[in-house]
Design a protein around this ligand. Structure first.
Ligand code: NAD
Ligand code: ISE
Length: 339
């Protein structure tokens, strides 16, 4: 049984603790921490885990075989570096870190360690609908991929959400998904700005992020974060001979009074519940199978951060901004990626 220590017990921290305690097998949450000590105490009592004062104490706990980081983004670098220094596998929620320089420091630390310890929480790679879309796209059924249309719609976002968050907090999922979907790096980003939604307050909402892959696939991502009606994630790949569309998560269809209706998920927890479950089960199984970490890597976290930086620059300038990536270390080349 893998002993897991969790740093950050807010929304997603609690959700991952629930899944490690009640849904997936092979792991037990043995220690946790949160700067909000009251929340940490309550969550720990629910699963019989020890509460520590700091993330570093969690990492140092000898019962902790692997670490899960779910604290706020700016604290991720510190805890991921501390986990690498301790030689412990670490699952870090997105973003890996909030700047590409910080992500590179993590990459360098992992390369110096000599083997992979870090996995980033890009859960779309574990979603059944995205996996099917990727299999069809890669299988050549629709010919060579030319374009992809995406929408990432949130019903609302928290008060601390800023102008740049639409890219670094929200579209970062599409940025990773596109690299994985087409097996190509993203070469440049642009942002187009329509008139503002009155639901978005001072935010520029929505935005259209345009990504160009190194192989010439053009991807448009609508980012709407105050759409009100639900949490709606869409994707369609356009190929030479046909198109492939991301399946809708539809548990029931109601026909009534001249309409056909299907429910829309309320939030990311509902939409991606099974993707998160699969993500954790595969992480735990890979660690049990000889301590390997095979999911989205520190390099993936770094590459996503570099594209986010280009997207933010494009948002501020209105220009097409090329993405500059460091040389990829051997550790990540030809790495096994999730199917
Ligand atoms: P949240 O605000 O609900 O929870 C964050 C928690 O971290 C809070 O309880 C806070 O007190 C704690 N915290 C902050 N700094 C800390 C520190 N230095 N040490 C220990 N605890 C600290 O936020 P959330 O929605 O749970 O998001 C947490 C992380 O998960 C973010 O990085 C976010 O981007 C990511 N996230 C990912 C997904 C996904 O779909 N993969 C969804 C939501 C959130
Ligand atoms: C949140 O942090 C997530 O990661 C969700 O998946 C995303 O949809 C949302 O916009 C983010 O704020």
């Amino acid at each position: 049984m893998l002993g897991v220590g969790v740093i950050g017990t807010g929304m997603i921290g609690q959700d991952h603790i629930r899944r490690m305690s009640r849904v997936v097998s092979g792991a037990r949450v043995v220690a946790l921490t949160d700067t909000d000590t009251a929340v940490a105490g309550e969550v720990a009592a629910g699963v019989g885990a020890a509460v520590h004062a700091t993330g570093e104490d969690v990492i140092a706990d000898p019962r902790v075989d692997a670490v899960v980081v779910c604290s706020w983004g700016p604290s991720h670098e510190q805890y991921v570096l501390a986990s690498i220094a301790a030689g412990k596998p670490v699952f870090c929620e997105k973003p890996l870190a909030t700047t590409q320089q910080a992500c590179l420091r993590i990459v360098e630390a992992e390369v110096a360690h000599g083997s992979r310890l870090v996995q980033v929480g890009f859960m779309r790679r574990y979603d059944a609908a995205y996996r099917s879309l990727r299999a069809v796209t890669a299988g050549g059924e629709i010919g060579a991929a030319l374009m992809m249309h995406c929408a990432h719609r949130n019903p609302m976002v928290p008060g601390y959400y800023e102008k740049e968050s639409a890219i670094v907090d929200t579209a970062v999922h599409e940025i990773d998904m596109v690299r994985w979907m087409f097996g190509q790096e993203i070469a440049a980003a642009r942002v187009l700005v329509p008139r503002r939604s009155r639901n978005g307050g001072d935010l520029q909402d929505p935005l259209l992020l345009i990504l160009e892959t190194a192989g010439g696939v053009l991807v448009d991502v609508e980012i709407s974060v105050n759409i009100r009606y639900g949490y709606d994630i869409r994707g369609e790949v356009v190929g030479e001979h046909g198109t492939a569309t991301l399946a809708e998560p539809v548990p029931v269809t109601v026909r009534r009074a001249g309409f056909v209706a299907t429910p829309v998920p309320a939030d990311w927890r509902e939409r991606f519940v099974t993707a998160y479950d699969t993500e954790f089960q595969e992480w735990i199984d890979a660690l049990a199978d000889g301590g390997r970490t095979v999911g989205p890597s520190a390099w993936d976290g770094y590459a996503a951060a570099a594209v986010c930086d280009a997207g933010v620059a494009a948002l501020h300038t209105g220009d097409r901004v090329p993405v500059a990536l460091a040389d990829q270390p051997k550790l990540y080349r030809g790495a096994e990626v999730t199917p």
